[in-house]
Write a new protein. Structure first.
Length: 370
């Protein structure tokens, strides 16, 4: 695992190795989306000297949330909770960026102060679920209702809300922010022509459909400056009932435009195994990922998508990516970089404890003892 443990620069981030913790929603906040003791310990355990953690999807607004007990960054209590997390990571010699999230049409009124979800166009995310918490502490999946199409003044307001969240993240001590523009959330809803049917300056042409995402990046950069803002995309994704008539052209155009943004990195979700039914369905195109986009995007790339250590090393050797993000392996292996570097056994992850709960399956995985 030689390449994984060589230094790398990602914008203003100076890293000693290339094993990145991917953002993974775990639904473990205290009341009100405030990071508490559990989250402080979780991130502290996974920090490594010179390593990078990407904190989980964090709501920028009280009016947009898909998952009960997911964190926010729109009030002072949440900011203070995140500061405790950041301080714990920094004490271990690690760096951490916050993923900023607006789920758009993938929002539940029960988690968003009763507000209906909003989107570029009033198109429902079919067969896609959020999660609410019952009185007995159990979680229940709920379909998202039909969204309301945003008025232009509201779009401008959401961009401003991203800027305010970026200011709170900076005040909390983060090392940067990552825009969550993947997995069918609001920036991607504007980007793809299957979810954006607008005929104003926010829809239609590629230039118009990328406008929201690029203006959010500009708002984040106004706060953070060059080299500390990142973007996550899922160019092969169909989660959230997402589709585009020409995803290759759409994401190549976006990648080229992002060259001008002075990002810390572009975070690309690689294609997972997809069955023939998806390829033949009429709306799923051939995968678009790091290998295809490297020609068009000239900055640092983080690749994510179910990598095992050997495949990660091969990805770096191919030069298609510069760092590799691991998600599920990090949930059960808090010392994942050390385990990979020294060839220690990897603990299997526990899928049943991924979303919501207590310390079980969250902070009770020990580091490797020789």
């Amino acid at each position: 695992m030689n390449a994984l443990f060589t230094p790398v620069t990602a914008g203003k981030l100076r890293l000693q190795h290339r094993v990145v913790m991917a953002p993974t929603t775990r639904m473990r906040t205290d009341n009100g989306g405030v990071p508490g003791d559990l989250m402080v310990e979780y991130y502290r355990q996974r920090a490594s000297r010179g390593g990078l953690l990407i904190a989980e999807a964090t709501a920028i607004s009280p009016f947009a949330n898909a998952y009960a007990d997911a964190p926010g960054i729109f009030n002072p209590a949440q900011q203070a909770g995140w500061k405790r997390v950041v301080d714990a990571v920094h004490e271990q010699g690690g760096q951490i960026v916050l993923q900023l999230w607006h789920p758009g049409r993938q929002s539940l009124p029960e988690l968003s102060e009763g507000q209906d979800p909003v989107a570029p166009s009033a198109l429902i995310a079919r067969d896609t679920y959020g999660m609410v918490k019952n009185e007995d502490g159990t979680y229940e999946g709920k379909l998202f209702p039909e969204p309301r199409a945003l008025a232009e003044r509201e779009i401008v307001g959401i961009i401003a809300a991203f800027g305010l969240a970026a200011k709170r993240a900076k005040a909390a001590g983060f090392d940067g922010v990552e825009l969550h523009a993947a997995n069918g959330y609001l920036p991607e809803q504007f980007l793809l022509d299957g979810t954006n049917l607008r005929r104003d300056k926010w829809g239609g042409s590629l230039a118009n459909r990328t406008r929201f995402l690029l203006q959010v990046v500009a708002a984040l950069t106004d706060v953070w400056g060059a080299g500390r803002v990142a973007v996550r995309i899922s160019p092969s994704g169909i989660y959230g009932d997402m589709r585009d008539s020409d995803p290759a052209a759409t994401f190549r155009y976006l990648a080229e435009k992002l060259n001008d943004a002075a990002l810390a990195y572009l975070h690309i979700i690689e294609p997972r195994i997809v069955g023939p039914e998806d390829r033949d369905s009429g709306y799923y195109a051939e995968p678009v990922a790091s290998h295809q986009l490297r020609t068009f995007y000239h900055g640092t790339i983080i690749a994510a998508g179910g990598f095992k250590p050997e495949a990660a090393e091969q990805m770096l050797a191919s030069k298609d990516a510069d760092l590799i993000a691991f998600g599920r392996l990090f949930t059960a292996n808090p010392d994942l970089p050390a385990r990979i570097q020294h060839g220690y056994p990897l603990t299997p992850y526990q899928r049943e404890t991924f979303f919501g709960g207590n310390e079980r399956g969250y902070i009770d995985f020990p580091a490797w003892q020789r």
